[in-house]
Design a protein around this ligand. Structure first.
Ligand SMILES: [Zn+2]
Length: 76
């Protein structure tokens, strides 16, 4: 089920207008418009204040994965 990017309400598909309509705030978007909307929101989140923290945690995850896979390789 699609979520409303504005209020996180349930979006219901209306075949008459080929749009998704939010049952909470009434926002109406085409499927592709909704995808664009979410992409924009995700980009905003990445560009926000959390960017540094996200980069840091991503690097940490990568290092953990790397050392784990290295340890697994050494078993063989
Ligand atoms: Zn909504």
């Amino acid at each position: 089920m699609a979520r409303c990017p504005e209020c996180a309400g349930k979006m219901e598909y209306e075949s008459a207008t080929k749009s998704l309509i939010c049952s909470s705030c009434g926002l109406s978007l085409k499927r592709s418009e909704l995808d664009d909307y979410w992409k924009k929101i995700k980009r905003q989140n990445i560009d926000g204040d959390d960017e540094y923290q996200q980069k840091k945690s991503r690097r940490k995850e990568w290092l953990e994965w790397y050392s784990k896979s290295k340890a697994e390789k050494e078993k063989y």
